[in-house]
Design a protein around this ligand. Structure first.
Ligand code: ADP
Length: 739
């Protein structure tokens, strides 16, 4: 075979469908074409390869506008034939006959195991086909091995080798929509609900749903409850009622079991509750709803990154290279040997099956064990502070970020559990200087987990000298021993300032811990801030609607997102929504780039495409505003297309927090309370910010901020997501045809 023959790759989705698979397919197809390959869909999973009729070439436009669709547009199936060697022989024959010896498999561990088997058998299958006269020796020689890259599509998040699987975040969205809806009816009637979620061997969905839903109890396969769990459960619900909770929701994973391995069903839990509590309880089994609906922004962006990486690595592979798995590890897409991950996954599944639960829990990784422990701590907090409890003030500062209330609720429960007195400070630092301080109980923050806005009130503020004095006085007056500041950039600055004024005002010599909460995601010491995931989802949902509105017309949309001088919101929403262009403050806008966009746009519309989507971060450029860019496009468009500009505005700060933001807020609140308690116990006056970096919780001294921040542009000096521009551009710009 000469090097002039384009390499051919196949892409298939197999096993259970998952939201986000389409974004992965789109990314594989376009990245494949971008890197000079020809890409074929293998429709209906392995069955399409077995039958041969399912193998069809896909072009650039064939995968336009599919990211927002649930399920998988190339179909998925369970193929009994492929489980047999004879079926795999047919599949190998059809693949090699199409010149395909590289495939991306998107599926669960069954599908990935099947892929590995096919790769192992490939040389012998081809030899057999040659021997039986079905295949020419030359063809077999040209494709000596099958190169494979796997991506895990599974709503259960049940695969070792990736921190997240495609579909799990969207499934959580569906679950939390249901749990929120159930919570309001449960609260109205003071009724208990038992909600069953998917997860036969992995309790990720149940565990995170319980944390994000503010539920006190989750039954998961890897951590069966001990004997007498029924009493513990009823006692927990009874005491929650006694402190004013009106809604009680118990989450049960479908694979929940007791210590002897006997399944615990949602109906059994309901019956136990009815008998022991003497009140009616209701069961809701969410079932396939969890697989449905539009993929979340995270599933779209992660699947896009994974699909791009899968195509790139597959095309860089040489015959004989072992199959790879593209997964997410510590917030980065990375490759690992496929078989190692599959084997490890099967080991964990069998640990659950044989009742070695502690090992199974540990094998799922640190953050899984951390979530499990977190739910345990949140579920049964002490209800009143210790007699000599230290006094913790909690305040919010800066623009609204969905998840602020979640953080306050979690911090309050965990602080009370640690024996502290919790003081809610209204309206930020100025509220503190004015003495707007009240004690918070568990009952006060009940129901705040999923509530958007900021119940304590938040303000954008720059403290005047006189206010610093007033804050120092208030700290003294209210005997505040430590301060938790849940805020964005300005709040961090004020906290930093207070910590530098300690010599002048000794009362400020207390632990101060900042918890990052801003939709802008522009804070140092953390890769993600509370609120940004919700905002990206809001933007992406709006763009979905905008795109639909333009179906009939030749139209360019210029959509402006918030973010000040940080382009995170624009970048992630552009990637998730499949925008053609993104304008970022980090890279600016030039007249040359606008001209190139105009030319590209004209080519697209002449080529029969109806839509061009550009996302512009509000601080992208001082000269080329959204209006100016829209006018330039309009002026150049003539009769070919028209232009609309949309400034999304404050809708981006509103809405109830996404499941991810709720879990993040809760994890960060726990870390903050731990940091405060440790500092108080040690008699230190730490001034730090908690954060999430490389997937793990971190603490950064506020004194280091000078080295981490670009003060002029109000953003961190290094930003992990900037490289995504390369992926966006590769997937948005169709290569010119070669003559
Ligand atoms: P998932 O990929 O979601 O775990 P399944 O376990 O049902 O779903 O697998 C999907 C398909 O992958 C199966 O129908 C079969 O065609 C193929 N497959 C699964 N396990 C194997 C295996 N051990 N050997 C060969 N093919 C397999």
């Amino acid at each position: 075979m000469t090097t002039d023959v384009p390499r051919r790759i196949g892409v298939l989705t197999s096993g259970g469908d998952a939201q986000g698979m389409n974004a992965a397919v789109r990314a594989v197809v376009r990245a494949g074409i971008h890197f000079g390959a020809e890409v074929f869909a293998i429709r209906e999973g392995y069955q399409g390869a077995v039958d041969g009729t399912g193998i069809v070439q896909l072009g650039w436009k064939d995968v336009s506008g599919i990211q927002h669709l649930g399920g998988t547009v190339i179909g998925t199936a369970r193929s009994a034939e492929f489980r047999e060697r004879a079926g795999r022989r047919r599949a190998a024959y059809h693949l090699v006959s199409h010149g395909i010896d590289r495939i991306v498999v998107i599926g669960g561990d069954g599908s990935l195991t099947g892929a590995n088997t096919l790769a192992e058998e490939w040389p012998s299958l081809l030899a057999e086909l040659v021997q039986d006269g079905e295949l020419g020796q030359q063809v077999a020689d040209a494709h000596p091995s099958l190169m494979i890259t796997g991506i895990v599509g599974s709503i259960d998040n049940d695969m070792i080798g990736t921190d997240m699987t495609i579909g799990a975040d969207s499934a959580l969205h569906r679950i939390i929509e249901a749990v929120d809806a159930i919570a309001s009816t449960a609260a109205s009637h003071q009724r208990t609900f038992v909600v069953e979620v998917m997860g036969r061997r992995c309790g990720y969905l149940a565990l995170t749903a319980a944390i994000a839903g503010g539920c006190d109890f989750a039954l998961i396969p890897e951590a069966p409850p001990g004997d007498g769990w029924q009493d513990e459960l009823c006692e927990s619900l009874r005491s929650a009622r006694a402190r004013g909770r009106r809604d009680s929701i118990v989450i049960v994973a479908e694979g929940a079991r007791d210590r002897s391995g006997r399944p615990i069903t949602a109906h059994e839990v309901r019956n136990e509750l009815q008998t022991r509590l003497g009140e009616q309880a209701r069961v809701t089994i969410l079932g396939h709803v969890q697989r449905g609906g539009a993929p979340s922004a995270f599933d779209r962006s992660m699947a896009t990154m994974m699909g791009f990486e899968a195509a790139a690595s597959l095309l860089a592979a040489s015959p004989g290279d072992p199959p790879q798995l593209v997964g997410l590890h510590r917030n980065r897409v990375r490759r690992a040997p496929l078989m190692r991950a599959v084997r490890e996954n099967q080991r964990v599944a069998s640990l659950v099956d044989v009742g070695r639960y502690d090992e199974a829990l540990a094998a799922r990784g640190d953050s899984y064990a951390e979530l499990f422990e977190l739910l345990r701590r949140l579920s049964h907090p002490k209800e009143s502070p210790a007699a000599e409890g230290r006094r913790l003030g909690i305040l919010l500062s800066g623009g609204l970020a969905p998840g602020m209330n979640t953080a306050v609720r979690a911090a309050t429960r965990l602080a009370l559990d640690a024996g502290h007195v919790v003081l809610g400070i209204e309206a930020g630092f100025s509220g503190l200087s004015e003495g707007r301080v009240r004690e918070l109980t568990i009952g006060d923050v009940e129901g705040w987990t999923g509530r958007g806005g900021a119940e304590l009130g938040s303000r954008r503020e720059e403290l005047a000298d006189s206010q610093v004095y007033a804050v120092a006085r208030a700290v003294e007056t209210y005997r505040i021993d430590a301060l938790l500041v849940i805020s964005g950039f300005d709040g961090y600055r004020q906290a930093h300032r207070l910590s530098t004024e300690r010599r002048r005002y000794p009362s400020l010599g207390i632990p101060v811990v900042c918890l990052p909460a801003t939709i802008d995601n522009n804070l140092p010491g953390t890769e993600l801030t509370v609120g940004s995931d919700t905002a990206v989802n809001t933007i992406v949902q709006t763009i979905d609607r905008v795109k639909q509105s333009a179906m009939a017309a030749n139209r360019c949309f210029v959509i402006e997102t918030m973010g000040r001088e940080c382009g995170y919101l624009a970048m992630l929403s552009a990637l998730s929504a499949g925008a053609e262009q993104v304008y970022l403050p980090e890279t600016g806008v030039t007249v040359r780039s606008l001209q190139a966009d105009v030319e590209r746009m004209a080519r697209r519309f002449r080529d029969g495409r109806g839509l061009f989507l550009a996302v512009r971060a509000e601080g992208a450029d001082t000269h080329y505003s959204t209006d100016v860019i829209a006018r330039i496009f309009e002026a150049e468009g003539g009769d070919l297309y028209d232009v609309r500009q949309i400034v999304l505005g404050h809708a981006q700060q509103g809405g109830d927090p996404s499941p991810f933001d709720r879990v993040l807020a809760t994890r960060l609140a726990a870390e903050a309370i731990d940091a405060i308690t440790e500092a108080l116990d040690a008699g230190r006056a730490d001034a730090i910010a908690v954060g999430l970096e490389h997937g793990g919780l971190t603490r950064t001294s506020l004194a280091h901020f000078e080295d981490l921040v670009d003060w002029e542009h109000r953003r961190p000096l290094t930003q992990w997501w900037l490289h995504l521009t390369r992926i966006l551009t590769a997937l948005a710009q169709e290569p010119e045809p070669q003559q």
